[in-house]
Design a protein around this ligand. Structure first.
Ligand code: AMP
Length: 228
């Protein structure tokens, strides 16, 4: 299975992991990165890195992110285009959290056309009530970015990152009121992206994302990828 998937991704394919906040995009993107040995590009992580550095982009992005709204398209489009142009993406990449608007999807399409990369969208379908419970239990290591869930994937020692011993944190935008705003933003601005991609003929894998463990969901994704 792995070889077959690698052979397919070897033809420089960008995998777009698509779904609402809390659908497990980051978890699946990391599992796929380890399996396929291609970079995991999370626009949320890139933006948070700028916030930590305290640079101009980070200050601007932080104000949008704290309120649960989307950072302007031009900012994220540029980040993704520059990242995909780096040599480690020559064999493909996994996009997590991008595109989130129809204009971002148009921008990505143009980048892929120019670079000759193909695409496959993996749509993680989830129930919003389960998403809210899942996000409430989410913790992240501020040092290495590793994600945990207090119920589904707890750290070995409560509140401490298994990898580097840092105290785990709740992301500012994972608080319930902000999560509701992020889900509304998803409905308003991001769900139409799926309709746009479908109408534009992108390859899409529909995967149930809330009724099984991360490794079982990964198997579903692999099954769909092999058939594409
Ligand atoms: P995430 O870590 O993917 O859940 O993203 C966290 C926040 O970063 C989002 O709620 C947005 O404010 C911002 N963000 C991440 N990716 C994008 C994107 N593609 N377009 C605009 N804003 C984004």
């Amino acid at each position: 299975m792995e070889n077959k998937l690698q052979a397919r991704s070897g033809a420089s394919r960008v995998l777009v992991i698509f779904g609402p906040p809390g659908s497990g995009k980051g978890t699946q993107a990391k599992l796929l990165r380890d399996l396929l040995k291609i970079p995991h590009i999370s626009t949320g992580d890139m933006l948070r890195a700028h916030i930590s550095q305290g640079d101009g982009l980070g200050v601007d992005a932080g104000s949008w992110m704290r309120s649960g709204r989307l950072v302007p398209d031009a900012t994220v489009d540029r980040l993704v285009e520059e990242r995909l142009a780096l040599p480690d993406c020559a064999a493909g990449a996994i996009l997590d959290g991008y595109p989130r608007t129809v204009d971002q999807a148009r921008s990505l399409w143009a980048v892929l056309q120019r670079s000759g990369m193909s695409q496959l969208v993996i749509h993680l379908k989830v129930d919003y009530n389960k998403v809210i419970v899942r996000i409430a239990g989410r913790r992240q290591c501020p040092q290495c970015g590793l994600l945990y869930n207090l119920v589904a994937n707890p750290p070995k020692e409560a509140g401490i990152c298994d990898r580097d011993g840092q105290a785990l944190a709740i992301r500012d935008d994972d608080r319930e009121s902000v999560v509701r705003e992020r889900l509304e933003t998803y409905e308003r601005q991001t769900r139409p992206v799926l309709e746009f991609l479908t109408a534009s003929g992108w390859n899409i894998c529909e995967v149930e994302g809330d009724d099984a463990s991360p490794s079982e969901i990964l198997v579903r994704i692999q099954d769909c990828m092999v058939s594409q």
